[in-house]
Design a protein around this ligand. Structure first.
Ligand code: ATP
Length: 386
């Protein structure tokens, strides 16, 4: 097992593409760290540099305290699991899993013992004599994991290992990966562009954008305290709602209405233009709010464009007067994050109401917003100032 340290690691490809810029990251021994971010942000390049599959242009990579910039991949003692499984089609499951051990010239008995052990952990024992073609996608991915764990490497590197699986299997395999990592306690770096995977799998999540780290933290911390507009919009589904706002005399003016700023915010924010961000679950059908918490928020009315019942709750879409926030930073953000959460037709607000809500499409609704949970961003640099 090992800790992994990236110290100002930079990757410039020969064509001039700066894929990773001065990335600093310390991954503790045994930690499960997720790299997440939109396509092209440098996740795979970072992982490939740790694996030794890509040269490091500048900076230092240390594994277990040792500089490994110039070490060949096979000498780094780490195992990689890819999206494509990369199994040998003409070998059985047992032979596939035994392959790295054969290369390492272990004895026949030792190979059998390690393969049997890994097969047991991954529930592959009954499938050991099958060829990959006769396995399901999930089973193939378990074999790929098995091949990685038999070697007891210092670290696992996983690049979107579940993205070829259908949605249901992906959820099941998430549990397999999570349990496996906990059981083995092996340092793991896992790349995904799926924020649900990022939020559910790792001890810590590294959010990347355009070759740079935006924020590193525990999933809940990133969700509750996003450092900037990008992180706020990237984490959470449906995405946080953003609107232009202005502050004067301790009051916040937004397209949703005019609200008093909380005590603690009043001290920090004097006046000026802002972007307000509110997560869908921080709205509620006002008729369902108990009096004891009503005063933590404010109310406004709007007409529901669309109601989507999710069983446990309802996504209700509204059009409120005024634009969605249109600061340059937010437009850029929308390009990266995608604005897939809002249906076409002009809705600019999505609320997550409890299933008891009786709001119907076309009906005017009274909406309660929890003012203790709102985020305010500086439009000039996207920083969260709450
Ligand atoms: P995805 O989620 O789409 O896999 P990613 O975050 O893993 O994306 P990378 O594959 O690390 O992103 O790529 C980072 C950037 O480096 C991108 O702009 C990509 O086009 C560029 N890039 C990757 N490989 C090369 C290469 N061999 N030569 C030039 N540019 C490259």
């Amino acid at each position: 097992m090992a800790d992994i340290v990236l110290d100002k690691v930079t990757k410039a490809f020969p064509d001039g593409t700066l894929a990773v810029q001065e990335l600093n990251l310390e991954i503790a021994d045994g930690e499960f760290v997720i790299l997440v971010g939109p396509s092209g942000c440098g996740k795979s390049t970072t992982l490939n540099m740790i694996a030794g599959l890509e040269d490091i242009t500048s900076g230092e990579l240390r594994i277990d305290g040792q500089r490994v910039n110039d070490k060949a991949p096979r000498d780094r003692d780490i195992a990689m699991v890819f999206q494509s499984y990369a199994l040998y089609p003409n070998m059985t499951v047992r032979e596939n899993m035994a392959f790295p051990l054969k290369l390492a010239k272990l004895s026949r008995e030792e190979i059998d013992r390690k393969v049997d052990e890994a097969a047991k952990v991954l529930e592959l024992t009954a499938l050991l004599d099958r060829k990959p073609a006769n396995l399901s996608g999930g089973q193939r991915q378990r074999v790929a994991m098995g091949r990685a764990i038999v070697r007891s490497p210092k670290a696992f590197l996983m690049d979107e290992p579940l993205s070829n699986l259908d949605a249901k299997l992906r959820v099941q395999m998430r549990t397999v990966v999570s349990r496996l990592q906990k059981r083995l306690g092996t340092t793991t770096v896992y790349v995904t562009h799926d924020q649900t995977e990022a939020m559910t799998l790792g001890d810590r999540v590294v959010i990347m954008r355009a070759g740079a780290v935006q924020q590193v933290g525990e999933p809940q911390e990133l969700y509750d305290h996003p450092i900037n507009l990008f992180v706020a919009g990237f984490i959470g589904s449906p995405s946080m709602n953003f609107f232009p706002a202005s502050v004067s005399s301790g009051r916040l003016t937004t397209p949703l209405g005019e609200f008093p700023l909380g005590e603690q915010m009043r001290g920090e924010i004097s006046s000026g233009e802002l972007i307000v961000g509110i997560r869908p679950e921080h709205f509620e059908d006002a008729s369902l709010i108990e009096d004891s918490i009503r005063e933590r928020g404010a109310e406004f009315s709007a007409t529901a464009d669309l109601v989507e019942s999710m069983g446990s709750d309802k996504y209700v879409y509204f059009t409120v007067e005024g634009e969605k926030a249109s600061a340059a930073e937010l437009e850029e953000l929308a390009a990266d994050v995608g604005s897939g959460d809002l249906p076409s037709g002009g809705s600019n607000l999505v609320c997550r109401f409890s299933a008891d809500s009786r709001v119907k499409e076309g009906d005017p609704a009274q909406i309660w917003v929890n003012l203790e949970k709102i985020h305010l961003f500086d439009p000039s640099n996207g920083r969260n100032i709450t």
